[in-house]
Design a protein around this ligand. Structure first.
Ligand SMILES: Cc1cc2nc3c(=O)[nH]c(=O)nc-3n(C[C@H](O)[C@H](O)[C@H](O)COP(=O)(O)OP(=O)(O)OC[C@H]3O[C@@H](n4cnc5c(N)ncnc54)[C@H](O)[C@@H]3O)c2cc1C
Length: 389
């Protein structure tokens, strides 16, 4: 009998997983159920070319809408250009490429109202059963974790004149520091269009959209740019993980009898950036390459292993977040990031790829971090984030 797989949620992790299964297991009857009228919502997902191993890179390749061979960072006292490639996937491209490949296997405008490990019930009452059910419906509250936020509002704008940029600016921190660590992120798409994102490493997730829009106007004016029109807007508050208890988190994310959690809801994101594209791509490839019969239990135990390893490997990232948020003063956070971006390029690449060997971790910590020594020592244990300050 044909094995059946349901993926609830056609966002980033749902689509990547569907594409990986369609390629590796064409024998499986696959259904992607998405509440919206298109796959992937309305985002720009970016990543460093060095983030992905060959198999994950091949999966993501058809979705890349923009690519650059370098990027830069700017701080008050120094700027730097890196020769690391940078890539962006857009929702529009994700939707068109995936719809062409998956066709009738995608059900749009179909809201999942009930879900467990054996099937889903749609809002219109339709019940669908499957051998394996994946829940890729996006962020949910994670248990047993302490979070802070990378929050932002981005405007894709058309200027009256060419902007003159040739590559992304991942951080322009040469702006007034408010609400934590503030920087502007720039992705030049064409000669006169670009995404300008006003971003904060902040204690709270709330985004004051009107204030951020007007700061983007001020930033554009300071560069000598005149905005002719705003083409689209995107915003988000991405989780940054300071500490966590993996068993507690996993129990909440994957209760017994439930579906297989994926993406942000499985805790599969980079603790320091909140970005999930690399982890989603790797997980998609690993699940589709699993040999043997398809079942919710087998996929859930595979994701649990991946999430546990991801959590264990990122203990240093959580320590950095504690140093950033608990040991330092909010107005000094930009100094920590400035110092980080002076490190050797291969080290920075490995850090973002989540592949930083221990010896390299020391390189990040030695020197003179701009945080008071005794406060830094206090936040080293992971439990420190849970103590009242
Ligand atoms: C604006 C923005 C920009 C980001 N930029 C980056 C970036 O540059 N790089 C990066 O790596 N990460 C980025 N992230 C972080 C992260 O990668 C994204 O949030 C990513 O989309 C998370 O993937 P996901 O599959 O977990 O959830 P989502 O992509 O949010 O997918 C969830 C999907 O489930 C659907 N859904 C929800 N409920 C139901 C339901 N009941 N029934 C059916 N469907 C449902 C939603 O409509 C959605 O399509 C960004 C996040 C945001 C918000």
């Amino acid at each position: 009998m044909t094995e059946r797989l349901i993926i609830a949620g056609g966002g980033l992790s749902g689509v990547l997983t569907a594409m990986a299964f369609a390629r590796a297991r064409p024998d499986i009857a696959l259904t992607v159920i998405e509440a919206g009228d298109r796959l992937g919502g309305d985002h720009t997902w970016s990543f460093y070319a060095t983030d992905l191993e060959a198999s994950a890179a091949a999966l993501v390749e058809p979705f890349i809408a923009h690519r650059w061979d370098s990027y830069e960072t700017r701080f008050r006292r120094f700027s730097r250009t890196f020769s690391t490639g940078y890539r962006s996937v857009t929702s529009a491209r994700l939707h068109s490429v995936a719809m062409e490949a998956l066709g009738s296997r995608v059900r749009l405008c179909a809201k999942v109202a009930g879900i467990d490990g054996t099937g889903v019930t749609l809002a219109d009452g339709t019940h669908l059963e499957a051998d394996a059910v994946i829940d890729a419906r996006g962020a949910r509250r994670l248990d047993g974790v302490v979070l802070r936020w990378q929050k932002f509002l981005g405007r894709e704008v058309r200027l009256t004149e060419p902007h003159g940029l040739t590559h992304p600016t991942i951080m322009d921190a040469n702006v007034p520091q408010v609400d934590g660590y503030r920087f502007v992120y720039l992705l030049p798409f064409t000669a006169d269009t670009l995404l300008i994102e006003d971003t904060y490493y902040s204690e709270g997730a709330a985004v004051d959209a009107a204030a951020l829009r007007s700061r983007i106007d001020d930033y554009a004016a300071a560069q000598g740019w005149t905005i002719a029109e705003t083409i689209r807007e995107e915003r988000g508050a991405l989780p940054l993980l300071l500490s966590g208890d993996f068993p507690v988190m996993w129990k909440g994310a994957a209760p017994a009898g439930g579906p297989v959690p994926l993406g942000l809801r499985a805790g599969l994101f980079h603790p320091v950036t909140g970005y999930s594209l690399p982890a989603s791509a790797r997980t998609a490839v690993a699940l589709a390459d699993l040999a043997g019969p398809l079942s919710t239990d087998r996929l859930r135990s595979a994701v649990q292993t991946i999430a546990r390893k991801h959590f264990a490997r990122s203990s240093f990232d959580r320590l950095l977040n504690r140093l950033l948020f608990l040991a330092g003063e909010p107005q000094d956070r930009h100094l920590v990031l400035e110092r980080f971006h002076k490190l050797p390029q291969p080290l920075i690449e490995r850090f973002y790829a989540g592949r930083l060997p221990r010896a390299y971790q020391l390189r990040i910590l030695v020197g003179k971090p701009p945080v008071p020594f005794f406060r830094a020592v206090r936040v080293v244990p992971e439990s420190a984030a849970l103590q009242p300050r």
